[in-house]
Design a protein around this ligand. Structure first.
Ligand code: PEP
Ligand code: MN
Length: 359
């Protein structure tokens, strides 16, 4: 008799368990719909105030026999699991799950991504009119369409050349206008972004500023293409989140750039993380460049490293070129002179890794 009673009660529990399961699933469905709305409105997933209200209400209505502390504990578990669902659901704007198609970033009509690798070249710093005139001629002769040149230089020492500032941007723009290039230049101060976009076609966020969140927000507020370099000690995940800062403000015209990271290795200036390229291509839909100059710091291995970058799927390579590297005001040791640059370009062309010169 007692045996039957136990069996009956257990059957009753089984039914209640299934009902609870149905209710939990129903609750999870609502949680996911709330998650979508939170994402659309840019609202944080966890809302401590709301959680407190719900727990207080449940405790108030607690009919027993569970003590209030148990009710709090049980529902906290449910809330945590729900939060997990919303986090799982929240896919980053830059993530591959958001777009199976590769994003092509167009800078003044020049496509980055989409299959044809690009070489971005130019001096570390804009220095003189004469230097820029020579750069203009050389870049044109080599078919370079996107030219770099630093005007705001984030130098390790405050006593080193800091760049020409706005004047440098103007010189870069004048050269670009004369030769028909698009331009990219680094900006370090969020307050300079509006001024800079009067001159340049693409803004570079340098390695030292990858987590300058105010700068990321400022470039995110524009609709100008951004070249975002990986921080010196940043993980791939941190680089992706930095890109998300820009995308979250509505600017998805982002190109990522692997430029080497700090390791114990001294043979190169930084350690080029070549595996970052296919990982970034897999995890995001953004184009990826590799800066072979700042990563290696060595002209003797730039060509094989550039080939490796293109072989693993980089959308292009950035190199520093200077008419007289030995007297350059920054990065004198690692900038290629014109003869070296021509040999570099010719080798990539004859390997079929970049398009042939057309004229
Ligand atoms: C640069 O490209 O001019 C530069 C300073 O590079 P990075 O930020 O990668 O050091
Ligand atoms: Mn440099």
């Amino acid at each position: 008799m007692a045996e039957d009673r136990l069996k009956d009660l257990r059957s009753e529990l089984d039914v209640i368990n299934l009902e609870l399961l149905q209710l939990l699933s129903k609750r999870a469905d609502v949680v996911q719909r709330i998650g979508q709305l939170k994402q659309a409105r840019g609202v944080a997933i966890f809302d401590p105030e709301r959680e407190k209200q719900q727990l207080d209400r449940l405790v108030q209505e607690n009919p027993g026999p569970f003590p209030d502390s148990t009710i709090r504990h049980l529902f906290k578990q449910i809330f945590q699991a729900s939060q997990g669902l919303q986090e799982e659901q929240r896919k980053l704007l830059v993530s591959r799950q958001r777009s199976h198609e590769d994003t092509v970033v167009t800078v003044r009509g020049i496509k980055i991504g989409g299959g044809v690798p690009i070489i971005v070249g130019g001096p570390c710093s804009v220095e003189t009119d004469d230097q820029m005139e020579k750069i203009g001629q050389e870049m044109q002769a080599q078919g370079i369409q996107l030219v770099r040149g630093g005007a705001f230089k984030p130098r390790t020492s405050p006593y080193d050349f800091q760049g020409l500032g706005e004047k440098g941007l103007r010189m870069l723009r004048d050269t670009a206008q004369k030769y028909g290039f698009a331009t990219v230049s680094e900006i370090v101060n969020p307050a300079d972004v509006e001024m800079a976009i009067q001159y340049v076609d693409m803004i570079q966020v340098g390695a030292r500023n990858m987590q300058n969140f105010e700068l990321l927000k400022a470039v995110g507020n524009t609709r100008v293409p951004v070249l975002l370099k990986r921080g010196l000690s940043a993980t791939i995940e941190e680089l992706i989140y930095a890109a998300e800062y820009i995308a979250a403000r509505g600017n998805e015209r982002i190109v990522l750039c692997e430029r080497g990271i700090r390791t114990y290795e001294k043979a190169t200036r930084n350690t080029l993380d070549i595996s970052a390229v296919p990982i970034l291509k897999q995890e995001t839909h953004l184009p990826v460049l590799v800066d072979v100059t700042h990563s290696t710091g060595r002209k003797d291995i730039m060509l094989p490293v550039a080939k490796a970058a293109l072989a693993v799927g980089a959308d292009g390579v950035m190199v520093e070129v200077h008419p007289e590297p030995q007297v350059a005001l920054s990065d004198a040791k690692q900038q290629m002179n014109f003869a070296e640059f021509e040999a570099f370009m010719e080798a990539l062309r004859s390997a079929g890794m970049i398009p042939a010169l057309t004229n």
